[in-house]
Design a protein around this ligand. Structure first.
Ligand SMILES: [Zn+2]
Length: 80
């Protein structure tokens, strides 16, 4: 995972998905997901630690692999 700030991740997400998100809402959702991860939230499917960046966007607490169907997360972002 590549660590990125919530602010930068929200900006990049909005840039890639114009008109789909309100920045303030996205930042709130990402902050909640990161807090949940730090408090030990687990993927609802497999029980691994959640992927906060993806969980904040989808609103569903799942790990990277269950969210994306990919095993390789080396080039994907995680908020910190
Ligand atoms: Zn999972």
């Amino acid at each position: 995972m590549v660590n990125i700030s919530i602010e930068k991740f929200a900006t990049a997400t909005i840039k890639n998905n114009p008109n789909q998100y309100q920045k303030a809402d996205l930042i709130r959702a990402l902050t909640d997901a990161l807090k949940a991860k730090q408090n030990g939230a687990k993927c609802m499917i497999c029980g691994s630690p959640i992927w906060a960046a993806g969980s904040g966007i989808t609103g569903t607490y799942m790990c990277f692999t269950c969210t994306t169907g990919e095993a390789d997360d080396s080039e994907d972002y995680e908020i910190c």
